[in-house]
Design a protein. Structure first.
Length: 267
C-alpha cells in the first residue's frame, strides 16, 4: 500500500494505492483534522491539540475518486488526552497509539475495524520504541533498551513480560512470535547482524550474521533486511513466520554485486 498526502490551502487530500492490484481511493480530510498515519485502507487523523479527538477514516470504495467512509472517533482514549504517537506496524488490522493524560503515558492498539483502543502498557517513557503484529505488542524502552511484550487480546490489566535487554540493537519488527532486532548503534562497534528474541520465552538467536541498512517491518507481518547471500550478492531477505524455529529467512531480489562494486559485506 502506498499513501500520499498533499495539502493545498486548507484542504488535505489522502490518496491510497494498492501496490499489487492498483486499486485506489482518494479523499479530502475535513478542515482541522490533521493526518497522522495510514494502515491498509484506513487513515488516522487528529488526536493532538490542534486536531481534536483521534478518528479513523476507512475507504468505502476502491476507486480513484473522493470516496471514503465518514471518520469515526476512536473509543477508549480519555477526552483531553494528547496523542503523541500514531504508527502502523506488522498488521493492517491495528495501529499503535500512545497518548499522555494527566502526566502519564499509555500505549496500545486501535482496532481499525471496531474503532476502539486497547491499552497494553501504562507509565512508559515517551521515547520507547513500539512494534507489533496481530499476535504481540512489543516495547523497547530505557537506557538498556529493555524488551517486553504482551499478547494482543490479553485480558485487561495484563502487563508486558520482560524479555531481556536488546543491548546495542534496536527493536525493528515483530514477526510471528519473535521480536526482530537490528540496526546497532554506530558507536557500539557491534556487528550489523539481525537477531530474533522469542516473545514466548525470551530465547535469542542470530538469523542473519551480516546486514546492511535498516531492518524494516512489512504490514503483512513480515520483516525485510538486506544481507549477503553467501555468493557475493546482496539480497533483500524476507523474515517470515514458520519453519521449525518459528522464523524463516528467504532471500529475495538482488540489491548489488558486492565484488563488482568493490565492496565487502558488513561483518
Amino acid at each position: 500500500m502506498r499513501s500520499t498526502v498533499t495539502t493545498q490551502g486548507d484542504v488535505t487530500t489522502v490518496s491510497q494505492v494498492h501496490r499489487s492490484s492498483g486499486d485506489a481511493t482518494r479523499f479530502a480530510l475535513p478542515k482541522g483534522q490533521t493526518f497522522r498515519a495510514a494502515s491498509g485502507w484506513s487513515v488516522l487523523v487528529g488526536g493532538n491539540s490542534g486536531g481534536g479527538q483521534l478518528r479513523v477514516w476507512r475507504a468505502s470504495a476502491l476507486l480513484p475518486v473522493e470516496n471514503a467512509a465518514g471518520g469515526r472517533v476512536v473509543a477508549g482514549i480519555p477526552s483531553g488526552a494528547t496523542v503523541y504517537l500514531v504508527r502502523p506496524g506488522g498488521s493492517v488490522r491495528y495501529a499503535a497509539v500512545a497518548y499522555r493524560y494527566q502526566g502519564v503515558a499509555t500505549a496500545g492498539l486501535v482496532d481499525l475495524a471496531t474503532y476502539s483502543f486497547t491499552p497494553y502498557v501504562t507509565g512508559l517513557s515517551t521515547g520507547a520504541q513500539i512494534r507489533y503484529n496481530d499476535r504481540w505488542f512489543a516495547i523497547d524502552e530505557g537506557p538498556n533498551h529493555t524488551l517486553s511484550a504482551v499478547r494482543v487480546g490479553s485480558a485487561p490489566g495484563t502487563g508486558p513480560s520482560a524479555l531481556g535487554d536488546a543491548g546495542p540493537y534496536r527493536l525493528r519488527a515483530v514477526v510471528g512470535d519473535h521480536l526482530v532486532l537490528g540496526d546497532p548503534e554506530p558507536a557500539s562497534g557491534a556487528s550489523a547482524r539481525v537477531d530474533a528474541v522469542s516473545a514466548l520465552d525470551g530465547s535469542r538467536r542470530t538469523v542473519l550474521d551480516a546486514a546492511q541498512s535498516e531492518v524494516a517491518f512489512a504490514q503483512d507481518g513480515a520483516a525485510l533486511a538486506t544481507a549477503p547471500d553467501g555468493t557475493g550478492l546482496w539480497r533483500v531477505h524476507h523474515l517470515l513466520p514458520g519453519g521449525d524455529s518459528g522464523l524463516q529467512v528467504w532471500p529475495s531480489w538482488v540489491v548489488a554485486d558486492t565484488e563488482a562494486a568493490g565492496e565487502e559485506p558488513v561483518r
